[in-house]
Design a protein around this ligand. Structure first.
Ligand code: SF4
Length: 220
């Protein structure tokens, strides 16, 4: 085992200990290492995320929601965490917020929804849809970063404050002051906007999101 592999294994063991594991009945370093190593394809990554138990959310989830859409999408929408209906059905952005997101894509960006890629920062539902903890995000964030790296979108739309804060690390900037701003994010441009769930509760904010989507359209 190389030095790097040992460090990765040690890091994983610390994470398992933080989750309450005290021992492993069977010592399987290769299986553990596979989880820590970056995957080379999205399909491989999807398989390892489906088996992920790195944070406590694995205990209460029914389905892991990985992401869906065009693997060569120009635009990637990133939400916060799967909701109850996504966890129940296994379907990404199901329900009313999904319908609203589809309208934003098809009626304002004027492209079929299958043309974009949609996912969340976190891949498992949080209890009572609470905001994910920094520890949960720290465990899950490598997955979204790998998805971004593999899809290489031109534009990332961060849906809502949880997505924006954890993607950028700008925890002190409220979403209502930054939404619609075009930010640099690696090779991509990132535009934060309100989450469809927020729009369902606050329909008057739709005009701001409409303006943000027009900006995305102008950059395509
Ligand atoms: S939320 Fe992410 S890190 Fe936590 S168990 Fe689910 S996939 Fe793994």
């Amino acid at each position: 085992m190389t030095h790097i592999e040992k460090i990765r294994l040690l890091k994983l063991l610390y994470q398992y200990r933080a989750m309450g594991f005290e021992y492993f009945q069977e010592y399987r370093p290769l299986a553990l290492l596979q989880q820590a190593m970056p995957s080379s394809t999205l399909e491989e990554l999807k398989k390892s995320v489906a088996q992920c138990h790195l944070c406590g959310l694995a205990k209460s989830r029914k389905n892991v929601i990985f992401g869906a859409g065009n693997l060569k999408a120009n635009v990637m929408f990133i939400g916060d965490n799967p909701g109850v209906s996504e966890d129940e059905t296994g379907m990404l952005f199901s329900g009313k917020s999904g319908e609203l997101l589809a309208k934003m894509i098809e009626n304002v960006l004027l492209i079929p929804k299958e043309e974009v890629y949609v996912t969340h920062i976190l891949k498992c539902k949080t209890p009572d849809n609470r905001v994910p903890t920094p520890e949960e995000v720290a465990c899950c964030k490598p997955y979204i970063m790998q998805q971004i790296q593999m899809i290489r979108p031109k534009i990332i739309v961060a849906l809502g404050s949880t997505s924006f804060h954890h993607l950028t690390g700008e925890y002190d900037t409220p979403i209502n002051t930054i939404r619609g701003t075009v930010l640099n994010f690696g090779e991509a441009k990132l535009i934060p906007t309100f989450h469809p769930n927020f729009l369902l509760r606050n329909p008057s904010a739709k005009k701001e999101v409409y303006a943000d989507m027009l900006k995305v359209r102008s950059m395509l």
